[in-house]
Write a protein that binds this ligand. Structure first.
Ligand SMILES: Nc1ncnc2c1ncn2[C@@H]1O[C@H](COP(=O)(O)OP(=O)(O)O)[C@@H](O)[C@H]1O
Ligand SMILES: [Mg+2]
Length: 339
């Protein structure tokens, strides 16, 4: 969709569905985006909109069955990951594309010290000897600013705080100098101060390693702080895609506008004004509404929005929106009436 430097990763029309007793769940329904070196792309949307399924699809970690990538391409390094044999995929996963999750305890092994776990990544992917792998593990613990790394390396995951565990996850994810880091709600479980530290760390390491980052969060505030570009997801589709600053200056989709209005703001001195949550809920991906999937919650829906799915179209340079009515500049008025 945009290209500063040639993209490292290009996702084209990705569709990942789940085949359940309840019908076909169209969790990811035709998304396209690209990732470039040194850039962070933020993916934002409410719970259930398909963020994790998108991330897991790129790494080919979708449980199959019930899930399956039903169409689309994931182009990386001249290959299409969507159809790559598993034996080639293992060379990419955790090595050239790595991922950190919301809850590090699920990815860390409780019976090994953290030093050994990071060293293991170097042994597997780089073929380092035990001594060299241990030295590199200490180096990585330093890089993620874990104090007293020699001592920490000998500790087990349960001996560390949530923030420290997330740093260990980042150290492991970056150990092999991946081209791409996918961070799926990495700070959601952390308190605000630690959250800010982890985001700073990810930002700093992105520049140092010149990696591309796909940063996923349900929180537009978090996304805007860390991202160069933002894609807003709704019900398995991208509804808006723009530079982070443009999303804030001029949000075009009523859903994006809703997410912005739902952010807590400091007003009247230091008092936080209560947020305006978007009314209604995300549709069940097995039973999406016809037409624009946001129409049941949209203040500006007209019959056309019920009948047809709006295309994701270029509204301005590098700004795309999936809405028939963005041009009419109606949403501000409608929102005022609704609240
Ligand atoms: N293992 C699974 N089996 C069936 N459906 C799934 C599975 N994983 C995810 N889904 C479906 O995909 C939708 C999107 O999930 P997910 O990508 O995890 O959302 P989020 O945006 O919160 O990360 C869910 O609402 C669910 O219906
Ligand atoms: Mg998720």
């Amino acid at each position: 969709m945009k290209a500063m430097s040639p993209p490292l990763l290009e996702v084209k029309n990705l569709e990942t569905h789940f085949f359940t007793d309840d019908g076909i769940s169209r969790a990811v329904d035709g998304i396209s985006f690209s990732l470039s070196r040194g850039e962070t792309l933020g993916m934002v949307g409410e719970s259930g909109c398909g963020k994790s399924v998108s991330a897991l699809s790129i790494l080919r970690l979708i449980p199959e069955p019930p899930g399956r990538i039903v169409s689309g391409q994931i182009l990386f390094d001249g290959k299409d990951l969507a159809s790559l044999p598993e034996r080639d995929m293992v060379k990419i996963r955790g090595n050239r594309i790595s991922m950190i999750f919301q809850e590090p305890m699920t990815s860390l092994n409780p019976v090994y010290t953290i030093g050994d776990q990071i060293a293991e990544a170097f042994r597997i992917h780089r073929g380092y000897s035990g001594k060299k792998a241990r030295e590199e593990a200490l180096f990585m613990l330093n890089q993620v600013r874990i104090p007293d790394p020699e001592k920490r390396a000998l500790q087990y995951p349960h001996e560390l705080s949530g923030g420290m565990r997330q740093r260990v996850m980042i150290a492991m994810a970056l150990a092999c100098r991946p081209d791409i880091l996918i961070a799926d709600e990495p700070t959601t479980a952390l308190d605000v101060t630690v959250q800010a530290q982890i985001m700073n760390l990810i930002n700093e390491l992105k520049s140092r390693y010149n990696a591309a980052i796909l940063f996923i969060s349900h929180n537009l505030g978090v996304i805007s702080e860390i991202s160069d570009w933002v894609m807003v997801m709704y019900a398995g589709m991208i509804v808006e895609y723009a530079r982070s600053s443009d999303i804030f200056k001029r949000p075009l989709h009523p859903y994006t506008r809703g997410l912005l209005r739902a952010l807590p703001r400091l007003e009247e001195g230091e008092k936080i004004k209560r947020l305006n949550a978007i009314k209604g809920s995300v549709p069940d991906p097995a039973h999406h509404p016809p037409g624009c999937r946001f129409h049941p919650r949209c203040p500006g829906a007209v019959p056309d929005c019920v009948a047809n799915i709006p295309p994701l179209s270029g509204a301005m340079e590098s700004h795309f929106v999936r809405c028939f009515r963005w041009k009419e500049d109606i949403f501000q008025t409608l929102e005022r009436g609704a609240s």
